[in-house]
Design a protein around this ligand. Structure first.
Ligand SMILES: Nc1ncnc2c1ncn2[C@@H]1O[C@H](COP(=O)(O)OP(=O)(O)O)[C@@H](O)[C@H]1O
Ligand SMILES: [Mg+2]
Length: 328
């Protein structure tokens, strides 16, 4: 299943993404963590030191490899050069699975040991000014969107994406690729305004958004969030000394995380599991097509010199039962 964390910068997206990744890892399920935030800190939050975090390969640097692999023998996609971030899979495309090794994971994912458990981490690479444009061809999050659109993920497999709630994810359709989106909000007017904006985009696309209140201290904060976001408020997290100690580079065994915060993580886990049950593969595939056609018209056709609408395979549905190709 696919889980996103979004919210204002500094709200705690990276912190909560890393905590949920740690929690999920303890269940023994395969977990892929993806850092798609403007400020790339997920590696550090998962305990990598600076040197190891700096060595992580950037997905953006492997875009051609990713496209070549995913297009496979799909006759509708003439070349990697005509594959844009929204190009959907079809017959002949290669799909990705979490419980396999493939060239995409090989090039972009690195194992991160969390105590006895190991997760995979992929990072988009640092953003530049140009990446923040609305329909940028080389957008950093494009590689993430391609991977999610070619991923076959079951209920006990988790992808957690630490993401910026920016215009790029709305233009491309990235924000519709998740079973559940956790919007991290501090109990402030700014924190809540990001929620309102997100909710508005999400409404038209049936995106499930739940608010995670962060840095919540006491009843006032709780009352404020309840009043502002109503029943979208899933859970609140207070200040965590464990997180603070971790930031100072202290040894940090996950089992020492405060009980209240562990309970909050279990709640996020359950909420994600519940929404997985509501999946509609046909709708998911339809949305992919919708955003692809939109991007094709807006800039893709012109940029690639191809008719990108022809890339859509009308008979294809991305779902668990699909066997469009055998990897390798
Ligand atoms: N619940 C928390 N307890 C203690 N510190 C927190 C908590 N949530 C976030 N922080 C701290 O706040 C800062 C910003 O959090 P971060 O997760 O990096 O935000 P974002 O990814 O949304 O920009 C970091 O220094 C982080 O350690
Ligand atoms: Mg961050």
């Amino acid at each position: 299943m696919k889980i996103a964390f979004v919210g204002k910068g500094g709200s705690g997206k990276t912190t909560l993404s890393s905590l949920l990744v740690r929690h999920l890892a303890t269940t023994g399920a395969p977990v892929l963590a993806i850092d798609a935030d403007i400020n790339q800190h997920l590696g550090a939050a998962l305990g990598l030191d600076e040197a190891r975090a700096a060595e992580l390969p950037a997905m953006g640097a492997h875009l051609t490899l990713i496209k070549e692999y995913l297009r496979g023998t799909n006759p509708r996609i003439a070349s990697a050069g005509t594959m844009i971030k929204t190009t959907p899979p079809g017959e002949g495309s290669r799909l990705l699975r979490l419980r396999e090794d493939n060239p995409v994971w090989g090039a972009c994912a690195r194992p991160v040991e969390l105590g006895p458990d190991t997760v995979r981490l992929m990072v988009t690479g640092p953003f530049t000014e140009a990446d923040l444009g609305v329909a940028c061809y080389h957008s950093k999050t494009g590689a993430v969107e391609l991977c999610l659109n070619h991923l076959i993920d079951g209920p006990d497999e988790y992808v957690v994406v630490d993401m910026t709630a920016g215009s790029d994810s709305f233009a491309s359709g990235l924000f519709t690729r998740f079973d559940i989106t956790f919007l991290v909000a501090e109990p402030t007017r700014k924190g809540v305004s990001v929620y309102r904006q997100y909710k508005e985009y999400a409404r038209d696309h049936g995106v499930t958004v739940k608010v995670v209140g962060n840095k919540v201290q006491g009843q006032d904060d709780l009352d404020f969030l309840r009043a502002e976001v109503g029943e979208d408020l899933l859970v609140t997290v207070g200040h965590s000394d464990w997180v603070r100690a971790m930031e100072k580079g202290g040894p940090s065994r996950f089992e020492f995380l405060e009980d209240a915060n562990r309970r909050a993580l279990r709640l996020l886990h359950t909420a994600a599991d519940v929404t997985y049950g509501l999946r509609d593969p046909e709708r998911y595939t339809r949305q992919m097509t919708h955003f692809h056609l939109k991007n094709a018209r807006a800039w893709g056709d012109e940029r690639t010199g191809a008719d990108l609408a022809a890339q859509v395979d009308p008979g294809f549905v991305l779902g668990e039962a699909v066997t469009a190709s055998t990897p390798g």
